[in-house]
Design a protein around this ligand. Structure first.
Ligand code: SIN
Length: 315
């Protein structure tokens, strides 16, 4: 019997991950291969999902997300923008490996307009696990993407019955269904989209270096020699630059490489606090964690213009 209620159309973009993984026969049950099962098979494991939404799906990648590259982000961005432009589609669900889910989510958060829900999800257990979490996560992500409450929140993620805003989401644990955390609830999410009009063919190389006891300054020179146009420094404390790095960082600045101070700790790293950033020509991450600061810097460089004010834009 028809209820007469139109179901929203939700489009799935599958990129691989453990949610599409299977046990590796070579791994004694302890290992698995991510990104093996096609999206049609993942959908078949969630009976009745089409009562919530009219579903369509595309397999755009089949990766373990540790192997995701900035070129893959651009592939996901193009597919998401194509789907968002379709007026029959109400929301998007992206199936993704959990390891770099927060990076892709934040990249999309900055590059999508935020007018329709975009929800990422994954799984901590492979699809052939007797208690696989992927089907429940997929169901929750489709329900959220179909819900008016997800509108105006920016890019979101769902894992283990919890929704998270892309800006604050992080994978905090290697094991367990509750692997994700967020400093803020999903209801605090706001669209960002500061690069929604940007369509770069490629993204500039930005490398990430960690500060630690005895970290050799040659690492800085190696990144510059390798073609980096920016360096994000995941430094100790409130973004403290090792004295031994100063000459190498000055050389990098001399080559026009953008240097951004971030912290290994929870932020913030404030501009001109604890270092003379203006004199050195350094940028600062505020409370963006290093991997997300890297994405913001890549987009700032791709866009051109003044980078610090771009980085300081907050929700
Ligand atoms: C991956 O990130 O693709 C593998 C790990 C996972 O999805 O949990």
């Amino acid at each position: 019997m028809s209820t007469g209620m139109a179901r929203p159309r939700i489009h799935l973009l599958a990129t691989g991950g453990t949610i599409a993984g299977e046990a590796d026969p070579a791994g004694d049950g302890a290992r698995y291969r991510a990104g093996v099962r096609p999206v049609e098979q993942l959908l078949a494991a969630v009976p009745g999902l089409d009562a919530t939404a009219e579903l369509s799906a595309e397999q755009i990648l089949a990766l373990d997300s540790k192997d995701m590259t900035p070129a893959d982000w651009l592939t996901i961005l193009a597919a998401t923008r194509r789907a968002l432009a379709d007026t029959t589609i109400a929301g998007i669900v992206i199936l993704h490996g959990t390891d770099t889910l927060e990076e892709t989510a934040y990249f999309l958060h900055l590059t999508l307009p935020g007018d329709k829900p975009v929800v990422l999800t994954g799984a901590m257990r492979p699809a052939d696990h007797p208690e696989a979490d992927g089907p429940a996560n997929l169901r929750a992500a489709v329900c959220l993407a179909a819900s008016p409450s997800a509108q105006g929140k920016g890019v979101l993620a769902v894992m283990n019955r919890t929704a998270y805003p892309a800006r604050w989401l992080c994978k905090a644990r290697t094991h367990g269904l509750d692997a994700f955390e967020s400093a803020r609830p999903w209801t605090d999410g706001r669209p960002d989209g500061r690069c929604a009009d940007l369509s770069p063919a490629t993204l500039p190389r930005v490398d990430l270096l960690m500060g630690y006891a005895g970290a050799p300054p040659e690492l800085v020179d190696a990144c510059v020699a390798g073609g980096a146009r920016g360096l994000v420094l995941a430094l100790t404390g409130h973004g403290s630059v090792p004295a031994a790095w100063q000459p190498a960082l000055a050389r990098a600045r001399g080559h026009g490489v953008a240097i951004l101070r971030a912290s290994r700790c929870a932020g913030p790293v404030d501009h001109n606090a604890n270092a003379d950033d203006d004199r050195e020509g350094w940028l600062t991450a505020g409370d963006l964690p290093p991997a997300k600061a890297r994405i913001a810097l890549m987009l700032a460089l791709a866009r051109g213009g003044e980078a610090q004010s771009f980085l300081q834009l907050e929700e």
